[in-house]
Design a protein around this ligand. Sequence first.
Ligand code: NAD
Length: 269
Amino acid sequence: PNTRLAGQTCIVTGGSSGIGAAVAMAIGQEGANVVVNYHSDAESAEQIAHEISKHNLCGDAIPFKCDVSKEDQVVDMFQKAINHFGTVDICIPNAGIQRDFPLHEMPLKEWQFVIDVNLTGQFLCAREAIREFLRRGPRPDVSASLGKIIHMSSVHEVIPWAGHANYAASKGGLVMLMQSICQQYAPQKVRCNSIAPGAIKTPINQEVWSDPESLEKLYDLIPYKRIGIPDDIGSVAAWLASDESEYINGTTIFVDGGMTCYPGFTENG
Ligand code: NAD
């Protein structure tokens, strides 16, 4: 087995479904310990943690309930992870939600809800991760970096999205959060990057891919003409967490089948 992350510990938020579950599995398959964070679906988080532990020759996995938008809960999650596994080497803030409204009809609380989970939640996780990286210091035997943060962004960090301004603003905000972290902590050998998925088949966009007509329309936006699957993101996350990508810092890796090449501008042929 490939164990590029043996001896390391990773927290994945929103790990009980979709992209987070695939990322947790992929990281676990590389030999890391994994904290599978969940918000409400304990059963699924337990099952994923069990699956990881069963196949992981080097590491272990535990489910952990926490609302990433709540400071005390995020602080507690990191403390429990550190108590259990010794430290945290990789942080993948992935939890995210959509609450869709035309802007003129968007209630403040729905704007705030999305910002709280998608942006503030990622800030809180990144802050706790960096505190732990700095406290713990280098471990050159397990990783060339002091620690790694991989924000789960979206193509909507660059593609505007009418009817989803709260979501697009949260993902746009992640660019500057991620790059400011890189600028500040790269000298201490922290790596901070984002993954920007295109359309990936998960519960968040079920109404798009479960209807054949809207799935067909979706392909107009994807030059590669297939919808992504969670494992497309899992494999990139595992590589981005490993020393194979050591010199990548402060950037977004788009995993979108070409969506950000704006196929709507294609001329005939
Ligand atoms: P998903 O709905 O399966 O996953 C989101 C997860 O976040 C769920 O497990 C949910 O329980 C969790 N969550 C929600 N609020 C939370 C909170 N307050 N605290 C902790 N966890 C919470 O959908 P997904 O597609 O797997 O989404 C994962 C990430 O990928 C999100 O950040 C999303 O914006 C991003 N993304 C998804 C797509 C896509 O096409 N599926 C595209 C681009 C970006």
